[in-house]
Design a protein around this ligand. Structure first.
Ligand code: ZN
Length: 347
């Protein structure tokens, strides 16, 4: 677990980039070289990442970058993706979650047996951490956009393939396009608070300022509580970390269904400080911590669900799911049953 610990206290999901870059993002946090480190604003913003992070994959010569704009009309239905996710989502008494402020986001480090599989992923992926990207105003904040529209908040659950890699650093260095799987959740404005996200936000005061040392213990909870109810409907593409060092090792999932967040909760997120300074040398409020969308460069964006038009053309109803995520498409079940019986009859 020692190596897990190392990754836990590195920057973003995205995190792990620092393993390759050879240092933590916190060195120079209070020193003269603070502005040499990447950020989201001014001369350390995304346009400058290729210059700031030597050896990183953030430049325009890299063609499989994230985030992207999802154009729903140009996505392709893939029946391969219509399998269930299987969650081993305890929490066990030994599981731990702790919130940190790494200067770029607030990140919930996950130390426990949280796994995900299915959904078109090959292998078993273990969750390392989740973190957020948000706007200074409600009209922006998400990294991925849908038909050009940004959401006020996007959450990333970062996982890596435990069947192929011993630890996250090894996965990151692999150049394997599915070494990591990041689950992206878009949030939409709601009049009521999101109670499970609030359980995390309650700890923001403990990590108001960036620190490599400060963390706040959060009572471990099941990750399904911060996911949409429908986790069968999603977009899928191959991309990269959205922070330096932008490694192209991520199989991305973007859930179609959004999750609610209130204005008051966004105000809480905007109250913590980043490691970027204003002209007076004072830390600025965290927010607008999103990378602009990157060119698709011919990549396909798949989806796991049929559009209404396709469903009509195929003479099938879109699959509906109940709260527990179980499919309620009886026609599909009956056809599977008939197939099995036919196979038995023939052989
Ligand atoms: Zn992220």
């Amino acid at each position: 677990m020692g190596q897990f610990r190392v990754t836990f206290y590195l920057p973003l999901c995205c995190v792990i980039g620092a393993v390759l870059a050879g240092g933590t993002d916190h060195e120079g946090e209070h020193g003269d070289d603070a502005h040499k480190h990447w950020g989201y604003h001014g001369d350390v913003g995304p346009k400058h990442w290729p210059d700031l992070e030597k050896g990183a994959a953030c430049g325009s010569e890299y063609k499989y970058q994230s985030p992207i704009n999802v154009e729903s009309d140009n996505t392709i239905y893939s029946p391969h993706l219509r399998k269930f996710f299987t969650w081993y989502d305890p929490p066990k008494p030994t599981d731990r979650m702790s919130l940190i402020n790494n200067g770029h986001t607030v990140q919930l480090n996950i130390d426990g047996d949280y796994f995900v599989t299915g959904g078109g992923l090959i292998g078993v992926y273990e969750a390392l951490q989740l973190h957020f990207h948000w706007g200074s105003v409600d009209a922006q904040g998400s990294e991925h956009t849908l038909n050009g529209k940004a959401f006020p908040l996007e959450m990333h659950i970062v996982t890596y393939n435990t069947k192929k890699y011993q630890n996250a650093g090894e996965a990151l260095a692999s150049n394997d396009h599915s070494a990591l799987a990041v689950l992206g959740v878009w949030f939409e404005m709601s009049d009521t608070d999101n109670e499970y996200v609030q359980a995390v936000l309650d700890h923001l005061a403990d990590v108001e300022n960036p620190s490599a040392d400060a963390s706040s213990e959060v009572a471990a909870f099941a990750l399904k509580h911060v996911l949409p109810k429908d986790i069968e409907s999603f977009y899928r593409y191959y991309g990269s970390l959205t922070t330096p060092t932008c490694n192209e090792v991520v199989e991305w999932t973007l859930f179609k269904e959004t999750v609610p967040i209130s204005e008051g909760q966004l105000v809480q997120l905007r109250s913590v400080f980043s490691n970027e300074m204003n002209e007076d040398g004072n830390p600025i409020a965290m927010g607008d911590n999103y990378r602009p969308t990157q060119p698709l460069n011919g990549r396909n964006v798949l989806r796991s669900f049929l559009t209404e038009k396709e469903a009509k053309e195929h003479g099938r109803k879109p699959v509906l799911y109940n709260v527990d995520g179980a499919a309620s498409n009886t026609a599909l079940s009956i056809s599977l049953l008939l197939s099995v019986l036919l196979m038995k009859f023939l052989f």
